[in-house]
Ligand binder design. Structure first.
Ligand SMILES: [Zn+2]
Length: 189
């Protein structure tokens, strides 16, 4: 049975820590993947990284609605060979397109904060498959964006780092309040 874990918010130091590579696929790792999916679905997100539930393994999950994996409404899926629910273990971006795209993003660790982030349109990711073997996955469009956002988390990088200077100034007090709230909660435990 998978568990819904509590989501760490901005200000929690673990969000700024780089994840540790997973040495091998074990039952424990599979359970963590199941729990990440359960937690992400319960929060109605499209992706979640291990640090967001207080873990340090280099694991993230992405699950996007089929309707997001299209270029045009009623068009074919952009990534038809990739399951819409994707777990990435030890992911590393090995190739990215020169073509970029800017789009508004949110993050489960930043309730009420959204902002535009420019990212490569497509990426090639090297990672471990669920069978423990190295695997290469190519993604484009929104799917690629969601995966890049999650892989950033594993390096301790956050989507706000990509915001423009003006946007960073505009959310400064919101961020400060969120950090204070998070730290108060952490110290209350
Ligand atoms: Zn996020």
């Amino acid at each position: 049975m998978s568990k819904v874990l509590s989501i760490r918010t901005y200000g929690d130091p673990i969000l700024r820590e780089a994840a540790r590579p997973v040495p091998a696929m074990t039952a424990e790792i599979r359970t963590l993947i199941d729990d990440l999916f359960a937690t992400m679905r319960a929060a109605q997100g499209v992706g979640l990284a291990a640090q967001q539930v207080g873990r340090s393994e280099a694991i993230c999950v992405v699950e996007i609605p089929a309707g997001y994996d299209v270029e045009d409404e009623n068009g074919p899926r952009l990534n038809p060979d990739i399951p819409l629910a994707l777990a990435l273990v030890n992911p590393k971006i090995v190739e990215e397109s020169d073509e970029t795209c800017s789009m508004e993003e949110g993050c489960l660790s930043f309730p009420d904060i959204r902002g535009n982030v420019e990212r490569p349109w497509s990426v090639v990711i090297l990672h471990l498959g669920l069978d423990g073997k190295p695997k290469t996955t190519s993604l484009s469009g929104f799917f690629a964006r969601a995966a890049q956002h999650e892989i950033d988390h594993l390096g301790g990088d956050l989507f706000i780092d990509h915001f423009s200077h003006v946007k960073k100034l505009a959310i400064r007090s919101k961020l400060k309040n969120l950090k204070t709230e998070t730290l108060e909660k952490l110290h209350a435990i």
